[in-house]
Design a protein around this ligand. Structure first.
Ligand SMILES: [Zn+2]
Length: 137
């Protein structure tokens, strides 16, 4: 499979889950005023990024999994790199690391959630999609 057609390409590059070309987010993850804000539809293929109100609430499950994975990774890294660190130092380091990675994990959770439900279709729309779009869906 061509790399550009994979879901991982869309997730890593924060691009549209349908065409993998248009930007998914309004800004980068560390622009905290617009963190996690996404466009209503793709600027390239004009497909909508949400299928129902509250669609992205489900991204919190992905965010939880990413936060746990990040914390475990930091714990293992600290256990290897600084084996004599106290429990308090380890806890503080993991907490600070989670806070620093928070905006990135939040953005990754949203784009991952979108890629669970939307798949690559390319830029050109099918006849069925065109008909649905003109009906206002
Ligand atoms: Zn698109």
């Amino acid at each position: 499979m061509e790399w550009k057609r994979t879901r991982l390409y869309s997730i890593v590059n924060f691009t549209c889950p349908y065409c993998h070309e248009g930007a998914f987010f309004v800004s980068h993850p560390y622009d905290l005023k617009q963190a996690g804000d996404l466009h209503k539809e793709c600027a390239v293929c004009h497909r909508r990024y949400s299928i129902e109100p509250g669609f992205y609430y489900g991204a919190m499950y992905v965010a939880y999994a990413l936060a746990v994975a990040w914390s475990v990774t930091m714990y293992v890294a600290m256990a290897v790199l600084t084996p004599n660190a106290s429990l308090m130092v380890q806890f503080a380091s993991i907490t600070i690391g989670l806070l620093l990675a928070g905006p990135l994990l939040y953005a990754l959770s949203k784009i991952t959630w979108a890629n669970l439900f939307f798949s690559y279709r390319g830029v050109a729309r099918t006849q069925e999609e065109m008909a649905a779009a003109t009906k206002g869906q």
